[in-house]
Design a protein around this ligand. Structure first.
Ligand code: HOZ
Length: 429
């Protein structure tokens, strides 16, 4: 039994499933998780001393690579001054000022401690500002684990009402969350038609990155904007994954579509626990203490997390070439994976948007969650295990993304493509 296995056995006795977040248990790939002891650049190291080329990047925030000196030094400096005050600090002002400069249509920011909290609060604000209760989300898009986001489409008899997708979510809460199909504008319009004047907002991952990676078809995000304007509803971009990753200004800049509210997560904390919801002054001044929408948190704007976030966002703002570089790396990787699959005759789709990539083990195009579910999950598990054996650490589940960082070198990409070729050849021979 290696150290990771031993730790997992101990963990299972004191942590549900041995983890603090389900996907980490590696159940979808039928293995035991690797327990990580440290990380540097594009690599993570486990408790057994194994080194893996990391394409999880803490689910996105390590866009500059792990343990980047600029961020580490900022944290070290901040720690010397104290860990938490529950009172305002200079860095909160500085990071908010920077975010309003970097992100289009953002005039004010409220910090939270996670993306889940940011989304939960943005939805409350949308409801408070519009005086409407229903919200629309998309099948397969993930917005954290607040009650009103753990909802699936109801049965056909009550199609206009959502149903809980987790035990413990009250049916009364779920019913107000309606589910449309990603990349399907008529499915959105139909929900508005069934609920005239009752829908507060549409929330969307501008690039769906929790069903693998699925980009918006041309016109999809623009269409959402038009529908929301026509119906008097707000458009929320959940940019926990895409924010400061697709571009300095996130998906709004990348796709040229305006959102009313934007949510961010871990990337604005340089990997530390941070989230934020942001928007126009008129909307954000509805939030307490300015307005009637209550929201609060002792750890919101935590001084150490703000130091890490400010360092990361400042670096990204001053080095826009990072975006060109990581997108070019992802283009190269995705194209190489497609070529490898074609040469071997493997029916694999490689979806990519910016520095986000995902393979699907299906010969058919993947444009929404229903398509993503055609991927052969056993094949993904096989692929994951074989890639791990080659020293490549991928997301331990099909319905997640591969994240590239600025630390992934040409050599790392070549190494990955060699592994992909070898693994696909074994799987499809
Ligand atoms: N499902 C989350 C990412 N999409 C998992 C996050 C985590 O386990 O850290």
């Amino acid at each position: 039994m290696d150290c990771s296995e031993e730790l997992f056995e101990r963990a299972k006795k004191v942590l549900p499933g041995g983890v603090n977040s389900p996907v980490r248990a590696f159940r979808a790939v039928d293995l035991h998780p690797r327990f990580i002891s440290r990380a540097e650049g594009a690599y993570i190291y486990d408790e057994d001393g194994n080194r893996f080329l990391d394409y999880v990047c803490s689910w996105g925030p390590m866009i500059l690579g792990h343990n980047h000196p600029v961020i580490r030094q900022a944290v070290e400096k901040a720690v010397k001054d104290g860990l938490s005050f529950g009172a305002p600090t200079r860095r909160e002002v500085e990071i908010a000022e920077l975010m309003t400069r970097m992100v289009p249509n953002v005039e004010m920011v409220r910090m939270t401690s996670s993306g889940t909290e940011a989304v939960m609060s943005a939805l409350r604000l949308a409801r408070g500002a519009t005086g409407r209760e229903k919200i629309i989300k998309f099948e397969g898009c993930y917005h954290g684990h607040s009650d009103c986001m753990l909802v699936k489409a109801g049965s056909s008899a009550v199609a206009e009402e959502g149903a809980p997708s987790s035990a413990g979510v009250p049916a009364g809460t779920a019913k107000d969350t309606l589910t449309a199909q990603y990349n399907n504008l008529p499915s959105v319009q139909a929900l508005f038609d069934q609920n005239p004047g009752r829908i507060a907002c549409v929330i969307v991952e501008p690039v769906a990155a929790n069903m693998g990676v699925v980009g918006p078809d041309p016109g999809f995000l623009q269409g959402l904007r038009q529908i929301c304007d026509k119906e008097g509803a707000l458009l929320i971009f959940d940019e926990v994954i895409t924010g400061f990753r697709l571009a300095k200004g996130g998906a709004q800049e990348f796709f040229g579509v305006r959102a009313d509210l934007v949510t961010f997560g871990k990337i604005i904390g340089g990997g530390m626990p941070v989230g934020a919801f942001c928007g126009s002054r008129a909307l954000m001044e509805q939030v307490a203490p300015c307005g009637p929408v209550y929201q609060a948190g002792t750890l919101s704007g935590n001084p150490v997390a703000m130091a890490a976030g400010l360092a990361q966002l400042t670096y990204l703002n001053e080095h826009p070439e990072v975006y060109t570089r990581i997108s070019a790396s992802a283009d190269y990787l995705a194209e190489g994976m497609r070529k490898a699959a074609a040469e071997i005759g493997a029916g694999v789709q490689i979806n990519q948007v910016g520095s986000l990539v995902a393979p699907f083990f299906t010969p058919d195009k993947v444009d929404n969650f229903a398509d993503a579910k055609h991927s052969d999950l056993k094949k993904y598990a096989q692929y994951f295990a074989k890639m791990l054996a080659q020293g490549i650490y991928l997301a331990p589940a099909q319905f997640e993304a591969m994240f590239l960082s600025d630390a992934h070198s040409e050599e790392d990409l070549e190494k990955t493509l060699c592994a992909v070729k070898a693994v696909l050849a074994q799987m499809y021979s």
